[in-house]
Design a protein around this ligand. Structure first.
Ligand SMILES: NC(=O)c1ccc[n+]([C@@H]2O[C@H](COP(=O)([O-])OP(=O)(O)OC[C@H]3O[C@@H](n4cnc5c(N)ncnc54)[C@H](OP(=O)(O)O)[C@@H]3O)[C@@H](O)[C@H]2O)c1
Length: 227
């Protein structure tokens, strides 16, 4: 397992995304993930599965014979609740400052949407300027990556899938990725991206897949994007 280092933290470069994973599916996915080698789990209070993630962690730690400190766990506060709590109407700079004050650990990563079809070079450079890592959410573009012909062709020569090529493309740029799946085969496949390397020519070819307006997450409260 490769790591991305930032602000003193070592973040496992592949984590398990858990958005939409509920009940026993979520518990089983987290437990299986730890057993096959994941050491990074992503959840949020908004996903309403923090308890199930916790139960999956308890079972997974026991089954894998590892300690809680071996696993990097991310959760997120939802803006409305935090804003209400400190008397603000919406997500603002004071809200972020308040959240940072409450955090027991230094901030180490900024989570943004990144996959091979979206250009996040500008924000990535800014994050790194502050010593922060970048974590890619929706790294498989919610299913658009697996059917991509360029990624599939590049993977074919090595027996890798389009999804694995996309994840390799990200981790090779020191971007952490948190693909979501409860499927045991996909869980294992998404972790098997550290035994091959994309050439500069292949990286450049994948880079050309970037286009404007390729976001899959674009809620009404999002900022005005510059790409
Ligand atoms: N901070 C934020 O604002 C934010 C926003 C969105 C998401 N997130 C986080 O990022 C995580 C990932 O994003 P996401 O869940 O939206 O989408 P995603 O990971 O880009 O895509 C998930 C889809 O990919 C499929 N998949 C996974 N592995 C595969 C493989 N090896 N081969 C083929 N298909 C595969 C899954 O299907 P199967 O189930 O069939 O495997 C699922 O349909 C979330 O779960 C959440 O933890 C954060």
């Amino acid at each position: 397992m490769n790591f991305v280092e930032a602000n003193g933290a070592k973040i496992p470069a592949i984590g398990l995304g858990t958005m939409t994973l509920m009940d026993a599916v979520c518990v089983d996915a987290v437990e299986t993930a730890l057993c096959v080698g994941y050491r990074h789990i992503d959840t949020a209070e908004r996903y309403r599965n923090e308890s199930e993630v916790g139960e999956g962690l308890r079972r997974g730690l026991r089954a894998a014979g590892i300690a809680r400190d071996d696993v990097f766990v991310t959760t997120k506060v939802w803006q409305d609740q935090r804003a209400k709590h400190i008397g603000l109407a919406n997500f603002t700079i004071p809200l972020l400052q308040e959240a940072v004050k409450l955090a027991s650990e230094p901030l180490v990563t900024n989570q943004i949407e990144v996959h091979p079809f979206i250009d996040q070079d500008k924000v990535t450079a800014v994050c790194r300027g502050y010593g922060l890592a970048v974590t890619a959410y929706c790294p498989l573009a919610r299913g658009k990556v697996p059917g991509n012909e360029v990624l599939a062709r590049i993977g074919e020569t090595r027996g890798k899938s389009a999804a694995q090529v996309a994840l390799r493309f990200l981790v090779q740029q020191r971007i952490v990725a948190i693909p979501r799946t409860p499927n045991p085969d996909h869980l294992a496949a998404n972790l098997a991206v550290f035994d091959f390397k994309l050439s500069d020519v292949e990286m450049a070819e994948i880079d050309k897949l970037k286009q404007a307006r390729m976001r899959v997450v674009n809620p009404p409260h999002a900022p005005r994007w510059d790409n």
